[in-house]
Design a binder for this molecule. Structure first.
Ligand code: NAD
Length: 337
């Protein structure tokens, strides 16, 4: 089998996880990672055997300051690869697009870029088929991935007439010392928030409105979901649908998982790399029907939830696997979901 040659440009929170996930796939080969600095993360990547490429201007300056081996510049990495996963900070991906176009290479961007960068936004459950053979794809953000997965499943089973969601967003990632708040709750004053329209880039028929607040935590986002469903169903019917799908983990307040802190601890106890909880974590005992509407809470581990979707997007764009369900299964197995 010919392996897809994958480059990961930007080796931060998402990029390092995508690089590790790519290196676990038997149908993909990690060509290397694009870095701007030869810092401790570059050292760890090098220890793992990942080839490091630096942006051209930085390369000359920095390769003299460290013993780390640099395999070349960004252009050289791109020339080696079939597809690049751009995991650079919001807005940088857009600047990189002409480079990828010039090299004639396929590219995946993350949710910090606008939908228009690829004119196609991806979720493995909802539109794998539409990604087959594509040149460009955007894997939607952590919040949108978590919402799209669960809305897709419940819409298929019971038809979502309307979705109303409150997003309680983590202020920063654990390694981030620049962002806040550290002692405030910050409502997203623009109502409804941009998250609903982002879901509609994948599920345009869903009537969804979202509001969002940022709170001083780094662990996870929490969504309070309220759904009006067209087809009558019970709490157990909803539980059955979620139980029968992968990337959904039903957690239980009664068993001691009362907050994102315990979900994080669960990740550690499961021995997950970096405690990553790739699934939607849905509180089973929060699933309720009241006045004919469904309610539940879900927690989304922002650092990693999009990683399986990046792997599926590579497989679809490279047409290594044309069946979305098979790709999802393969990705899940490789990661240990
Ligand atoms: P990050 O800041 O943790 O990592 C970005 C990395 O890219 C850093 O190591 C930075 O040094 C490097 N970089 C900066 N400029 C570069 C350049 N020109 N070339 C190569 N590398 C460069 O960012 P992140 O959180 O991993 O976010 C990456 C993308 O993923 C963004 O679009 C973001 O919106 C999206 N995303 C982030 C999260 C999250 O919670 N962190 C979740 C889902 C999606």
């Amino acid at each position: 089998m010919k392996k897809a040659k994958v480059a990961v440009n930007g080796y931060g929170t998402v990029g390092k996880r995508v690089a590790d996930a790519v290196s676990l796939q038997d149908d993909m080969e990690l060509i290397g990672i694009g870095k701007t600095r030869l810092d401790f993360q570059a050292q760890i990547a090098s220890n793992k055997g990942y080839k490091i490429y630096l942006s051209e201007t930085e390369q000359k300056k920095k390769s003299n300051e460290t013993s780390l081996e640099v395999s070349g510049g960004l252009g050289e990495m791109i020339n080696e690869a079939d597809i690049v996963v751009d995991c650079t900070p919001d807005g940088i991906g857009e600047k990189n697009k002409p480079l990828y176009e010039k090299a004639g290479i396929k590219a995946i961007w993350q949710g910090g870029e606008d939908h228009e960068i690829a004119d196609f936004s991806f979720n493995a459950f909802a539109n794998y088929d539409e990604a087959l053979g594509r040149e460009f794809t955007r894997v939607v953000s952590c919040n949108t991935t978590g919402l799209t997965r669960v809305l897709y499943l419940l819409d298929k089973a019971f038809e979502v007439e309307k979705a109303r969601v409150t997003l309680i967003r983590r202020a920063a990632d654990p390694n981030d010392i620049k962002t806040g708040p550290i002692n405030a709750i910050v409502p997203d004053i623009e109502m409804p928030s941009h998250h609903g329209p982002d879901v509609q880039t994948i599920l345009p028929h869903i009537n969804i409105a979202t509001v969002a607040l940022k709170v001083p935590t780094t662990l996870m986002h929490v969504h309070a979901v309220n759904l009006k469903l067209n087809n009558k169903c019970s709490v157990n019917d909803i539980i059955d649908v979620l139980n029968n799908s992968s990337r959904m983990r039903l957690i239980n307040g009664k068993s001691g998982i009362k907050s994102t802190a315990q979900i994080f601890e669960l990740g550690r106890d499961l021995g997950r790399p970096r405690n990553d909880m790739w699934e939607n974590n849905i509180w089973k005992d929060s699933i309720s029907i009241y006045d004919d509407e469904a309610y539940f809470f879900q927690a989304i581990h922002q650092e990693c939830v999009t990683v399986p979707e990046n792997i599926d997007a590579i497989r679809a764009m490279m047409k290594i696997e044309t069946d979305g369900e098979k790709s999802i299964k393969k990705t899940n197995k490789s990661l240990g979901i």
